[in-house]
Design a protein around this ligand. Structure first.
Ligand code: ATP
Ligand code: MG
Length: 592
């Protein structure tokens, strides 16, 4: 297939009229006040995420429509309608109320993607209780650390996870008052100092009036991925629901009859904002696969579940690419009409893979735990420039800034007006889902703001058409012989080599150049890591990037270290290369 610079939308891409078609007109007309009117609000004038996601639909035409559909390898599929979800979340909210858990208390969830997790998150939100979902694969220490940082009063988990990971440190979590257990094998649990959740749920009423929450009341506490250092706890409020709704509409193009699949775990902000909240706000049917990644299974689910909108991550796309196009072609995806990705830069190679293998381009979008929702995106409205994150969504003002002094505090910045200049990506503060603080770290929070601008910690540039291009994390940029090199550019070029499955690039200290570029690559199935291949990849990179930017060294690794949310941990590649301490590895996949 020919690969032009720009992928234009085809009639096939736009066969369902998109929510966003005239980008400029929508940006001009947009206001957050108007966006809020798409939601109902609480009877007393407040706003509550759980109410908007569930109760609003349960009381209307969608009462019997499937809200959440759980699938697993060895269990029948389970469908929960909006009506049933309302009753179950009411019961859960009543369970909390019965235990004396009130508005502002904090609840943690540690579980696989089981129905109880979703019921607990939404029920707690309705009770005004602040929620933190955690990855079930976390080890005991990361769990205890997070619960202690968050001063969690309630933990919802399973009997097995409790026995394996929580029990031994329970005495070290002094704030934890209630542990609610789900029996993994069914039946009833009988651990000392815990409650059996199913028993409490049965005894609770399925009627509940959502607690009066204000848009500024805390709703979620989410920890960042820990890609660049110790994870930070970002506080989000109920008002964020306005962003969740607007971005579900613009960036995921959700329509009520969609069958939607977000592959992210709720332990990562994507799995909450877009794996729980946004799809429910739009009244769609959301698929939840309880299993871990499996290329064949995923293609099968896209086909058999007739998924129409799919939100996934570069790490998953790279793994699918690694497993070869043949596997993908054993299935067909007639229902699929929109595919989006977030979490890391999406290499042009991956955008094209979507087009060639799924028949649809992949829409990269950019956001962070701190932003609470999608900020910059490729949408149905605009052509895609592969490798670009797209343009700011309506309601979002972005720019590139330069710092006026290196380490000033508070930071002082100047907006860069010219296109194509690299600098820090900044957003005009004030969108509804903006984080309201880092828990217990006010100083760090303040350092994120320069006047009206929120500083993202990412480097990017914007082209003359207003498209944003990711360059790298401010921490990851390599300074080599007077050049500033963004790892993404180098990694994308490496990915174009037919043998390369994934690449992570670091700056290695060098007495002459300051730093030299070193690349770590893992190979696609069927390729052997030998000297001939290494030289071939080096040659390819030099031809593509020029000698100044191409890696000087390439090392093969079976897999690259990544976070549980799927991000390559360059800081770990660097620490290992230099024999330095590894720092916080609580979110390392396969660790703990
Ligand atoms: P930590 O802040 O703990 O180091 P993290 O920044 O990886 O971890 P998240 O909030 O999960 O934690 O990730 C947000 C970051 O992920 C962004 O700041 C950006 O660096 C990267 N990112 C997300 N989406 C994209 C994208 N589409 N293109 C490039 N980078 C992206
Ligand atoms: Mg971050």
């Amino acid at each position: 297939m020919e690969r032009p610079e720009v992928i234009r939308k085809t009639a096939h891409d736009l066969r369902v009229p998109p929510n966003l078609s005239d980008y400029d007109a929508e940006c001009r007309a947009f206001s957050w006040d108007v966006a809020r009117q798409a939601l109902q609000g609480l009877p007393g004038g407040g706003l509550n995420i759980g109410f908007e996601a569930v109760d609003r639909h349960a009381a209307g035409a969608l009462r019997d429509h499937v809200a959440l559909r759980f699938v697993a390898r060895n269990a029948p599929a389970l469908d929960l309608s909006y009506g049933e979800l309302a009753r179950q979340t009411n019961r859960f909210a009543n369970v909390l109320k019965g235990l004396g858990v009130v508005k502002g208390d904090r609840l943690f969830v540690l579980a696989g993607r089981i129905p109880e997790l979703y019921v607990a998150v939404l029920g707690a939100l309705k009770n005004g209780t602040v929620v933190t979902p955690m990855f079930s694969a976390f080890g005991p220490e990361p769990i205890a650390t997070r619960i202690n940082i968050g001063a969690g009063q309630v933990l919802v988990t399973t009997d097995r996870l409790y026995q394996r990971k929580v029990k031994q440190l329970r005495a070290k979590m002094p704030t934890l008052r209630h542990v609610l257990l789900v029996a993994e094998e069914g039946g009833t649990t009988n651990e000392p100092d815990t409650h059996d959740l199913a028993t409490l749920m049965r005894a609770a009423s399925d009627q509940f009036s959502t607690v009066a929450t204000d848009p500024e009341d805390s709703a979620l506490l989410h920890f960042t991925s820990g890609t660049t250092g110790t994870p930070k706890g970002a506080i989000h409020v109920h008002g964020a629901v306005v962003t969740h709704h607007a971005t579900g509409r613009y960036a995921l193009d959700l329509h009520p009859d969609d069958r939607y699949w977000c592959t992210a775990d709720p332990g990562w902000v994507t799995g909450t904002s877009y794996g729980i909240i946004a799809p429910l706000l739009h009244g769609v049917t959301s698929l939840i696969d309880r299993e871990e990644f499996d290329a064949e299974r995923w293609y099968g689910l896209l086909e058999s579940e007739r998924i129409s909108v799919w939100y996934t991550a570069p790490t998953a796309i790279r793994m699918l690419m690694k497993s070869g196009a043949e596997l993908a072609r054993q299935h067909s995806y007639p229902a699929l009409r929109f595919v989006a990705s977030v979490g890391e830069p999406l290499n042009p190679e991956a955008v094209w893979w979507g087009k060639e293998v799924l028949g649809l381009p992949i829409h990269d979008n950019w956001w962070q735990t701190e932003t609470g929702g999608i900020m910059i995106a490729n949408t149905p409205a605009l052509a895609i420039k592969p490798g670009s994150m797209g343009r700011p969504l309506p309601g979002i003002e972005a720019c590139i800034v330069e710092h006026l002094e290196a380490e000033g505090e508070p930071p002082r910045v100047r907006v860069v007006e010219r296109p194509d200049v690299e600098g820090e990506l900044a957003l005009k503060a004030g969108w509804p889902s903006m984080f309201r603080g880092y828990l217990n770290n006010e100083a760090r929070f303040r350092k994120c703001f320069a006047g009206e601008w929120y500083l993202t910690g990412d480097l990017a540039r914007v082209d003359a058409d207003g498209y944003y291009w990711f360059v790298g994390r401010t921490d990851d940029v390599i300074k080599s012989a007077g050049h500033l090199i963004g790892p993404f550019e180098v990694e994308s070029a490496l990915m174009e080599h037919p043998a390369v499955a994934e690449a992570g690039v670091i700056g290695k200290p060098d007495p002459v150049a300051g730093e030299v570029v070193k690349a770590f690559v893992s190979l696609k199935d069927g390729f052997k890591p030998d000297e001939v291949l290494r030289l071939d990849i080096l040659g390819h990179a030099r031809k593509r990037l020029g000698a100044a930017v191409a890696p000087k060294e390439i090392a093969f690794l079976p897999v690259l270290p990544r976070t549980r949310s799927g991000k390559i941990m360059r800081r770990l590649l660097k620490a290992r290369e230099l024999g330095l301490p590894e720092g916080d590895t609580s979110t390392l996949e396969g660790g703990a």
